[in-house]
Write a protein that binds this ligand. Structure first.
Ligand code: ZN
Length: 556
C-alpha cells in the first residue's frame, strides 16, 4: 500500500483527495510544488500520419494492432511498478489546481518517479525500486547473487530477459513473462492473430503470427528474424526489447510497441539516396587509398511515420529513431534495422528547434531554417555512418577505427556523421539530387541544431561532437558571433569549412590516430563563453513533446 512520507509531505503541497463511494478516506497524496512547470516541459503535439494509401486489410489490421498496443501498455505499467494501479486510482480522485498536471505528468512518466531527474519521486517520497516491478521490491543485488551462488541451476532462468523474479515460500523463483502477464499477453496475442488475418501482406502476417506465439512461449527468436524480413507499409514493433528499466541488473526487457506507416515518397527518396553511397564514398575529401569502396553490407534503414507508441516506447522522452532487434543471434544472422520516425522529428522540430533558433540565430535569420533541411541532415547523418574508414590496416596490422580511437571513438564518429551529413547534401545537390531549398536552409538549420544537441550537456559523445563542430566553424569564420551574442552562419564559408573538417575527422579515422583524436578534443572540446551564455537562455524551451495519437482514440 502507498505510504506518505512526512518529510516530502512537509515540503510539498498537499492536494485533497475527493471521497470515492463508500471507500474510507485515504491519506492525501503529496505532489512536488513545481508540478505545473514540470508538466509544461512536454508540449502536446498531435501526431497525424497519412494512412489513405493502406489497403483495406492493412487498415483493419491497424485497428487490431492499436488494441494490442494498448494491452502491451498495461503490461509495461505492471513492469514499472506493482503499485501503479492503486496509485492511478488515487490520482483520479485528486482535485485542486495542480491535479491535472499531476495526472498528466504521472501518465508521461508511467509512475511517480521523474524520468528527467534520475527517478526522483514527484508524488510522495517513496524511492523507486531499482529493479522496477521485475523483482521483489526489497530484493538487493547481493541477495540475488547469493541465491545464484547457492543455486547455479537457477542462473539461466533468473537472468533471462523474459522472466520476473518472485519470492515463493522463502525461495526466489523466476516466472516467465508468459505466466506473469498471462491474461494480458493472451489478449494481445489474440489481437495480433486478428491483425494477421486482416492484412494482405504475407511478411507482416508471418511476423504477427510468430510474435503472437512468442507472447505465449517467451521465445522471440523466430519472430525477430521475421521482423527483419518485413516488407510491408506497416512497420510494427511489439514485444519485450530494452532492458534500461531494470536498473538493478539490466537483465529484464520492457514491453513496448511502435505502430508506424511508411510513406511511399519517403521510401523512394531513401532508396535514391542509398544508391548514391558509392558516389559519396568516392567524393570523400581524403586520398583515394583511404576510401572504403567495399564497405557495403550495412544494416537497412527505413523512414516511417509513427501512428502509435505504447509501453517503454511511450514513457518519458520520445525516441526519434530505433535500431532493433537487440538479440545478437538475430543481428549476426540478419543484421539490424534502423527506423527513423519522421513525424516525431517534425513535431520536435516545431516544439523545440524553432524556439531554439529564435534565441540563437540573428532575429532576421530565424525563418531561414526548414524542416526538410533538418530531416535530410538527420537522414544523411545516419547514412554517413556507413561512409569512410571502418576496418583499417596500420603498418600491416588489420584493425578497426573503433579499437584505435578507444573512448574518443564515439565523439569522433558522431562528429564525422554530422559533418559528412552536410557534406553529402552539398555533393548531391551538385548532381541535382537534393532540392536547392534544402541546401539554402542548411547553414541556419545546422547552426540551430548544434544548440539543440548541446543543450543537455556536452559531456557525452554527441555533446562533445557538437562542440568540436561549433568551435571549428567559429575558428574558420563559417559562423560569426553578432554583437548581440547570436550565432550567424556565413554560407559563403560554410561549405568549405565543412569540407575541411570532414577531411580532418576522416584522416583521424583513416590513420586510426588516437593522438589526432585527442588533439581535436583538446583544441575544440570546450564551449566558448558565448555558447554557454546562449545555452543558459534555452532553459525555458520544452524538453520534449507529449504525443497525441489520433489512432489511440479508436479506429475501425
Ligand atoms: Zn550517429
Amino acid at each position: 500500500m502507498w505510504r506518505i512520507g512526512t518529510l516530502a509531505a512537509a515540503l510539498a503541497m498537499t492536494l485533497a483527495c475527493a471521497p470515492r463511494g463508500a471507500a474510507p478516506p485515504a491519506a492525501p497524496l503529496s505532489v512536488v510544488p513545481d508540478i505545473v512547470a514540470r508538466r509544461a516541459q512536454f508540449v502536446q503535439k498531435v501526431l497525424d500520419a497519412e494512412v489513405s494509401h493502406l489497403s483495406p486489410g492493412d487498415r483493419l489490421a491497424l485497428a487490431r494492432l492499436a488494441e494490442a498496443a494498448e494491452t502491451i501498455d498495461q503490461v509495461y505499467r505492471l513492469q514499472v511498478w506493482g503499485g501503479n494501479a492503486a496509485l492511478a486510482t488515487r490520482l483520479d480522485a485528486l482535485t485542486g489546481p495542480e491535479a491535472v498536471a499531476a495526472r498528466d505528468y504521472y501518465r508521461i512518466m508511467y509512475g511517480p518517479w521523474d524520468r528527467l531527474r534520475d527517478f526522483e519521486p514527484f508524488i510522495g517520497d517513496r524511492p523507486r525500486p531499482r529493479g522496477a516491478g521485475f523483482y521483489p521490491e526489497d530484493l538487493t543485488a547481493a541477495e540475488l547473487e547469493a541465491w545464484l551462488q547457492a543455486h547455479p541451476e537457477d542462473r539461466p532462468s533468473c537472468t533471462s530477459i523474459t522472466t520476473v523474479i518472485r519470492r515463493q515460500d522463502g525461495r526466489l523463483v523466476a516466472v516467465p513473462y508468459s505466466q506473469a502477464y498471462r491474461e494480458l499477453l493472451t489478449q494481445a496475442a489474440e489481437k495480433l492473430r486478428a491483425a494477421a488475418a486482416a492484412t494482405d501482406n504475407a511478411s507482416l502476417k508471418r511476423f504477427l503470427v510468430l510474435r503472437a506465439a512468442a507472447f505465449l512461449s517467451d521465445d522471440y527468436y523466430e519472430s525477430d528474424l521475421a521482423w527483419m524480413d518485413l516488407d510491408s507499409l506497416l512497420e510494427v514493433v511489439i514485444g519485450p526489447y530494452e532492458t534500461y528499466e531494470d536498473t538493478l541488473f539490466g537483465y529484464k526487457a520492457s514491453f513496448e510497441a511502435f505502430l508506424c506507416v511508411a510513406q511511399p515518397e519517403d521510401s523512394a527518396a531513401l532508396e535514391r539516396y542509398k544508391k548514391q553511397l558509392p558516389f559519396l564514398e568516392e567524393s570523400l575529401p581524403i586520398p583515394e587509398e583511404h576510401r572504403n569502396l567495399r564497405r557495403g553490407g550495412e544494416s537497412p534503414i527505413r523512414v516511417v511515420d509513427e501512428l502509435l507508441s505504447a509501453g517503454d516506447a511511450r514513457a518519458g522522452v520520445q525516441t526519434l529513431a530505433f535500431n532493433l532487434p537487440n538479440d545478437e543471434r538475430v543481428r549476426e544472422a540478419k543484421g539490424s534495422k534502423k527506423v527513423l520516425l519522421k513525424n516525431i522529428m517534425r513535431a520536435k522540430y516545431e516544439a523545440i528547434l524553432e524556439p531554439i533558433a529564435a534565441l540563437v540565430l540573428p532575429t532576421d535569420d530565424v525563418d531561414r531554417i526548414s524542416f526538410d533541411a533538418y530531416f535530410d541532415h538527420i537522414l544523411f547523418h545516419e547514412l554517413s555512418h556507413a561512409l569512410g574508414p571502418g576496418r583499417i590496416t596500420l603498418a600491416g596490422r588489420q584493425t578497426e577505427v573503433r579499437l584505435e580511437l578507444k573512448e574518443l571513438h564515439s565523439a569522433i564518429e558522431e562528429a564525422k556523421a554530422d559533418v559528412l551529413g552536410v557534406f553529402s547534401l552539398y555533393a548531391l545537390a551538385d548532381k541535382g539530387e537534393i532540392a536547392p531549398e534544402v541546401i539554402a536552409a542548411q547553414p541556419w538549420t545546422f547552426t540551430a541544431g548544434l544548440f539543440r544537441s548541446a543543450r543537455f550537456g556536452t559531456t557525452d559523445a554527441h555533446g562533445l561532437a557538437v562542440l568540436i563542430q561549433t568551435n571549428y566553424l567559429l575558428d574558420k569564420g563559417a559562423i560569426e558571433i553578432t554583437p548581440e551574442g547570436r550565432f550567424r552562419p556565413l554560407p559563403d564559408r560554410f561549405a568549405a569549412a565543412i569540407r575541411e573538417l570532414a577531411h580532418e575527422l576522416l584522416m583521424v579515422e583513416a590513420l586510426g590516430s588516437y593522438d589526432g583524436a585527442r588533439d581535436l578534443v583538446q583544441r575544440y572540446g570546450t564551449p566558448r563563453p558565448e555558447m554557454t551564455a546562449l545555452l543558459a537562455k534555452l532553459v525555458a524551451i520544452p524538453v520534449d513533446i507529449d504525443p497525441v495519437y489520433p489512432l489511440a482514440s479508436g479506429v475501425s
